[in-house]
Design a protein around this ligand. Structure first.
Ligand code: GTP
Ligand code: MG
Length: 354
């Protein structure tokens, strides 16, 4: 068999050895000679890490992960800012708040909620496109002095397609032209009947700007979370998703990770896509150092040797060798797939470039 392939390669003008890796284009050509077509799968799929299934008794309650989505100017940022500020516990307020793309708040009763604080839509779509399901609950915000707008509809459709429960926040009720009933009616026309109209969708009228009814909104989010019975195993190596990543001049690559199960600790060996590295330090959004990050908790992590993409999965590996090994294989596969899409350059073109 192998000899046949080598012979075919030779007939195509390629002199190959038995353990040589072929680029995607060559593979396709050779396969064609044998009457096959090749389907290429992504590097992450080929070199995926098999994650253990958790036993029922290892599972513990975890906080819900919430995304706020809505039309431009309807108040996403105002709502997230208000929640963050209102929940900064006295004494912690001194820390410089940095944007890390996600933050976790602890309420008076001790219950935690994690908010993804990335430009709602884009993050949600980018992550879904990469197959990452990070959000448990979506808050869809609609300004009461406006209408259900195209982006509102889009946000609702995204959440519905992902099977994520929706809580509606009807915002800007302090404004003179506010008409929450009009919004409820428009939602009803889309078959989203809110609870106080006899439907199944939780809805809260709020003013993000003045901080009115925000606690009530969060109560409804937690009620929705209770129905989901969110649980994860904290007692294993961490697994989760990349929220965002960038290169910082002073600190190297800074990556916000959201742990989805297990616990991540300083010193752990992270692998995400084709990047890896020991966790040098971890910070929360108040720029405080943290040593451990559990299920549903985000952290800004220093120590990766590159910037993985938002939505990429991360795993904690046994040691550096194992991480490097897989990272290298993934990189190689990516390169080979890259070649497939690269166009041939003719001598004529090279001539013109010189
Ligand atoms: P984009 O990020 O641009 O899509 O907007 P956004 O959804 O984040 O809205 P943002 O929070 O920036 O609010 C838009 C404008 O509405 C700002 O001028 C806010 O001050 C104002 N605003 C937000 N919430 C309220 C509210 O409850 N009442 C009033 N009166 N104004 C509000
Ligand atoms: Mg905003």
């Amino acid at each position: 068999q192998v000899n046949q392939i080598i012979a075919t390669c030779m007939s195509l003008g390629m002199f190959v050895s038995i353990n040589q890796r072929l680029d995607a284009e060559t593979l396709a050509l050779v396969a064609e000679e044998f009457g096959y077509t090749i389907e290429f799968v992504s590097a992450e799929v080929v070199e995926s890490i098999i994650e253990e299934e958790d036993k029922e008794e290892d599972l513990q309650d975890r906080p819900p992960i919430v995304t706020v989505m809505g039309h431009v100017d309807h108040g996403k940022t105002s709502l997230l800012d208000h929640i963050r500020q209102a929940n900064v516990i006295a004494g912690e307020a001194g820390g410089i708040t940095q944007h890390i793309g996600a933050y976790s708040v602890t309420r008076e009763d001790g219950r935690q909620i994690t908010f993804l604080d990335t430009p709602g839509h884009e993050a949600f779509t980018a992550m879904r496109a990469r197959g990452a399901q990070v959000t448990d609950i979506a808050i869809i915000i609609v300004a009461a002095d406006d209408n259900v707008m195209p982006q509102t509809v889009e946000a609702i459709n995204h959440a519905a397609a992902a099977g994520v429960p929706i809580v509606f926040a009807i915002n800007k009720i302090d404004k003179p032209g506010a008409n929450p009933d009009r919004i409820k009616e428009e939602l009803a026309n889309m078959n989203y009947l809110v609870e106080d109209w006899g439907g199944k969708y939780q809805c809260q009228e709020i003013s993000a700007k003045n901080g009115v009814n925000i606690e009530e909104l969060l109560e409804k989010v937690l009620l929705e979370a209770d129905l989901l019975e969110l649980r994860a195993n904290p007692n294993k190596r961490a697994v989760g998703s990349v929220i965002e990543s960038s290169l910082d001049k002073g600190r190297g690559y800074v990556t916000t990770l959201l742990v989805q199960s297990g616990t991540m600790r300083v010193g752990d060996m992270i692998l995400s896509g084709s990047h890896y590295g020991h966790v040098k330090a971890m910070f929360n959004e108040r720029n405080q150092k943290v040593d451990e990050v559990g299920p549903s908790e985000p952290a800004l992590v220093l120590g990766l040797n590159g910037a993985p993409q938002a939505g990429e999965r991360f795993n904690i590996m046994e040691d550096e060798r194992e991480a490097k090994d897989i990272a290298t294989k993934r990189e190689q596969l990516q390169r080979e797939q890259g070649m497939r899409t690269k166009k041939h350059i003719t001598l004529d073109e090279i001539g013109r470039r010189i």
